[in-house]
Design a binder for this molecule. Structure first.
Ligand SMILES: NC(=O)c1ccc[n+]([C@@H]2O[C@H](COP(=O)([O-])OP(=O)(O)OC[C@H]3O[C@@H](n4cnc5c(N)ncnc54)[C@H](OP(=O)(O)O)[C@@H]3O)[C@@H](O)[C@H]2O)c1
Length: 319
């Protein structure tokens, strides 16, 4: 298994736009693609004639030139826009849950009062996924080529700063705890992406949809906007440009080497198969008895907690 060192300093990418071929007729959604890794991925897909939807909350100047194209549209990540998407499109080949936030100011919340990191990194993708699952399944079942309909969940290196059990749940409320250690709080949301990828693989695999989690690598992006200045300077020197992370995502989204037997698996930089670290493996196990994020795993009580993320999002959707 490639080591933490190899994930931090990976070999050159081997799956790039040169390997992708013509994507004409294929439909993609990349969330959080106004900047950083998502922006680079969207450009790569668009450059190969993909029909690319950018899901962005802010319409950054960088994206504006791409919006000129008739095949490039945008919608914010809330409930109504995906419905518009469903009215316009009859297929969705790849959904990339790229949007994310890291270590915002303490006690940052979303509009409904959820911890901002858990909301942005896990709950938002869960809801969007729920809304788009039917079209993903339809696309997979209408195709003669297997294994090409994919969901990509952005995780992280998850070998350091991961709290015990992956996600720490509050026993009373059943919700993930907001952890005082800022990096642990971010990392538990990234472990959440791994669990969501694994769950989606279990539920949708039989219907031909592949779901993968990805550690994109270490790139200098807006993600570090809340990091201390000195740390940011060091990251600027050591980390790679965001295009490299886009190659990790591109591999998960399009590599023909990924097949049904890899469903629920973990991709590491800059596009290689990795193993889920042992600290998080239990929660993402293929066994229906395994309980994401919980050390004690048994019975209906544990299963209920496993579905906490789902429950919270159902409430949000209803709101
Ligand atoms: N960079 C790294 O080294 C690294 C390492 C491991 C994992 N990742 C993961 O890679 C993904 C891409 O990150 P990046 O490095 O490209 O960072 P980025 O440049 O900050 O891009 C993240 C995108 O997510 C969007 N976003 C943030 N909060 C949001 C919210 N509440 N609702 C909707 N969209 C929101 C941002 O939109 P705004 O511009 O409007 O804020 C931005 O477009 C993230 O999931 C991140 O966790 C990155």
């Amino acid at each position: 298994m490639p080591s933490t060192f190899s994930q931090a300093f990976p070999p050159a990418p081997t799956f790039t736009e040169k390997n992708v071929g013509n994507l004409e007729g294929k439909v993609f959604i990349v969330t959080g693609a106004a900047s950083g890794v998502g922006y680079e991925l969207a450009k790569l897909l668009y450059g190969q004639n993909g029909h690319v939807y950018v899901a962005a909350r802010s319409s950054e100047a960088k994206v504006a030139w791409l919006l000129c194209s008739s095949t490039w549209r945008t919608f914010p990540p809330s409930r109504r826009p995906p419905m518009n998407f469903l009215q316009k499109e009859d297929r969705l080949d790849v959904l990339v849950h790229n949007a994310g936030v890291m270590t915002p100011p303490a006690d940052s919340k979303d509009k409904l009062g959820h911890d901002l990191e858990m909301a942005t990194n896990c709950l938002g993708p869960f809801l969007l996924n729920h809304l788009l699952e039917p079209i993903l399944i339809r696309t997979a079942q209408a195709q003669s080529t297997p294994d090409h309909v994919r969901i990509v969940w952005l995780s992280s290196m998850i070998t350091a700063s991961v709290p015990p059990g992956g996600i720490q749940f509050d026993e009373k409320s059943g919700s993930p705890k907001v952890l005082k250690n800022a990096m642990q709080n971010y990392m538990q949301s990234k472990v959440g992406n791994l669990f969501l990828a694994s769950e989606a693989a279990k539920r949708l695999g039989r219907q031909g949809v592949i779901s993968m989690s990805v550690n994109p690598g270490l790139m200098k992006t807006e993600l570090q906007r809340h990091s201390p200045k000195m740390q940011s300077v060091i990251m600027g020197i050591l980390f790679k440009p965001p295009l490299f992370g886009a190659y990790s995502e591109l591999f998960a989204a399009l590599s023909p080497n990924i097949t049904a037997k890899h469903n629920g698996g973990f991709i590491i930089p800059w596009g290689r198969f990795g193993d889920i670290p042992s600290t998080s493996r239990k929660g993402s196990s293929r066994s229906r008895r395994a309980v994401p994020g919980l050390r004690k795993s048994s019975g209906a009580g544990a299963r209920r907690r496993q579905n906490v993320i789902s429950e919270v999002w159902c409430m949000r959707a209803a709101g």
